[in-house]
Design a binder for this molecule. Structure first.
Ligand SMILES: Nc1ncnc2c1ncn2[C@@H]1O[C@H](COP(=O)(O)OP(=O)(O)OP(=O)(O)O)[C@@H](O)[C@H]1O
Ligand SMILES: [Mg+2]
Length: 262
């Protein structure tokens, strides 16, 4: 049975696209047939941070009724499939968000997990992804405006008959003025699925057109993404060992000589 998640927030810039671009590859790596779709049809950038742009067919053409979704599926890291949007304003104007549900129906037989990267705000193209998901995952930063906007998105989701799966707290810097996990659970009334630290490698990875889990797999944020992905798949996350550098010739010789002297 396919599971459809929508990554939403309310407030812009909380990390929805980053979460989509990292959970997708990890879920694929953990054995789930996974497809991530850019449902932010106006301000699309999922393809951009994965190095997929200038493509002949995207979700724009599919939502405009000019192409089939199977022609808009591209390969991403670790075997994840990606349905990006184009970057043109014209492509956005021609796309009809009501077609998204049919697009999902076309994909259900081929995948175990579908993830929709939703736009910020509560516009029409933002509401549709909330209604067609089995579970909405809220991406929240540990500060008041992000929490209030997430609460609005939660209420909106429930009003339109959707279901909130939980929340991911992103960009946690550990400073004293931040809301903590328990406070956020209490304020929002949702389960926190995981906490992603502030990590400069996120931006560095995007600049390199790759998700952090592929580019810097042992960074703090990558470990958090792996833990959340493992939880979703229902497997135990085992922290990877930091590789021990192999002993060079001089070190080995020194060790042998030192032992001989002792
Ligand atoms: N954990 C993190 N540590 C550091 N930077 C991060 C982290 N998560 C996201 N960012 C940065 O924050 C910015 C916004 O992230 P992103 O584009 O994923 O947000 P968004 O919610 O999709 O935004 P929008 O609402 O515009 O679609 C990006 O520059 C990204 O690199
Ligand atoms: Mg985004």
């Amino acid at each position: 049975m396919v599971k459809v998640y929508t990554i939403a927030s309310g407030k812009g810039g909380t990390g929805k696209t980053t979460v989509t671009a990292n959970l997708g590859p990890m879920l694929a790596r953990y054995g789930k047939r996974t497809c991530i779709l850019d449902a932010d049809v106006g301000m699309a950038n999922l393809g951009l941070i994965l190095g997929l742009e200038d493509l002949p067919v995207t979700l724009h053409e599919v939502l405009a009724g000019k192409a089939r979704v199977r022609d808009a599926i591209y390969d991403g890291p670790f075997g994840v499939k990606v349905v990006p949007c184009g970057l043109s304003l014209q492509g956005f104007q021609q796309s009809n968000p009501d077609r998204l549900k049919d697009v999902m129906t076309d994909l259900v037989s081929e995948f175990d997990i579908l993830i929709l990267d939703a736009p910020a705000g509560i516009s029409r193209d933002g509401v549709i992804p909330l209604t067609i998901a089995d579970g909405v995952i809220l991406v929240i930063n540990p500060e008041i405006s992000s929490i209030v906007d997430a609460l609005k998105t939660k209420i909106l989701t429930e009003t339109v008959g959707g279901h909130i799966e939980g929340a991911i707290i992103n960009r946690v810097a550990g400073s004293g003025d931040e809301f903590n996990r328990a406070q956020m659970e209490k304020l929002l009334g949702v389960r926190v699925l995981g906490v992603i630290p502030e990590d400069a490698n996120v931006r560095r990875a995007s600049a390199g057109r790759s998700p952090i889990v592929a580019k810097y797999p042992s960074s703090d944020a990558s470990r958090a993404f792996k833990r959340i992905s493992a939880d979703i798949v229902g497997i135990e996350y085992i922290e990877e060992q930091t590789p021990v550098p192999r002993e060079g010739f001089v070190d080995r010789l020194a060790r042998v000589l030192f032992r001989a002297k002792a």
